[in-house]
Design a protein around this ligand. Structure first.
Ligand code: SAM
Length: 221
């Protein structure tokens, strides 16, 4: 039996009024929070893997159990797919706290992407696509800062790759992310509804089975 997921509800009725001002602020004041313990070690292992495999990277940030990363690796044999999630539970079958999982063109790691993104920015990685699949919506008005486009790391994150794809079941999240990318890059960004038949991730399947609308935001077509 599939457990149905409730539709996202919020005390926000549209794009957050502080979105534009917060983005402008983050571009003038770079995020400087110190890295968490272990992240440097994980990053070195990821860096060694990408040097060993030597292929352009597809990043799957907040990859959950890693099923989307596994699928992406099969669909993109010419790329190295790197899936990262901070959850202890979600990746525990495959990796321990201080190790990464490497098989063929797939690498999975447990880490906080807020640190990993900043480390990638200092590196020479070539990222051909960055997926943000079904991030936690943080739908309350006072939770803007927890959404990817409302977080101070947003400028660093979007600078890693020209091709970002975000999927969500909350229309306001999609509209905000689109607007945030347009403000930051001055380029047109596409928001569309997706009709999926092959599910890319467990949350995509769960939301589809629960009858939710699914939205996709992409900045290169
Ligand atoms: C709603 S789940 C979606 C999982 C998966 N992408 C999917 O579509 O099935 C959101 C995931 O983002 C992860 N996450 C949230 N913040 C994160 C962070 N700062 N670093 C790494 N992972 C994070 C959570 O642990 C969780 O697994």
């Amino acid at each position: 039996m599939t457990i149905k997921s409730s539709i996202v509800t919020s005390n926000q009725s549209g794009v957050h009024k502080d979105l534009e001002s917060s983005i402008k602020k983050y571009f003038t004041n770079p995020y400087r929070k110190p890295y968490r313990p272990f992240t440097g070690d994980i990053f070195h292992q990821l860096d060694a893997a990408q040097k060993q495999v030597g292929k352009p990277i597809i990043l799957d940030s907040g990859c959950g159990t890693g099923e989307s990363s596994q699928q992406l690796a099969k669909l993109n044999p010419d790329a190295l797919v790197i899936g990262i999630d901070k959850s202890e539970k979600r990746l525990e079958k495959l990796i321990t706290q201080d190790s990464v999982y490497l098989q063929g063109n797939l690498v999975l790691a447990r880490a906080d992407v807020i640190d990993i993104w900043r480390m990638i920015k200092e590196s020479d990685w070539i990222i051909k696509k960055h997926y943000l699949l079904y991030p936690n919506p943080w739908p309350k008005k006072d939770q803007l800062k927890r959404r990817w486009h409302g977080h101070p790391v947003f400028p660093e994150m979007i600078s890693l790759c020209d091709h970002i794809e975000l999927r969500t079941n909350w229309q306001i999240y999609a509209e905000e992310f689109k607007q945030a990318l347009e403000i930051a890059t001055n380029k047109k960004v596409l928001l569309d509804n997706i009709k999926v038949t092959d599910f890319i991730s467990p949350f995509e399947k769960k939301y589809y089975d629960s009858g939710h609308e699914l939205y996709r935001v992409t900045n290169s077509i």
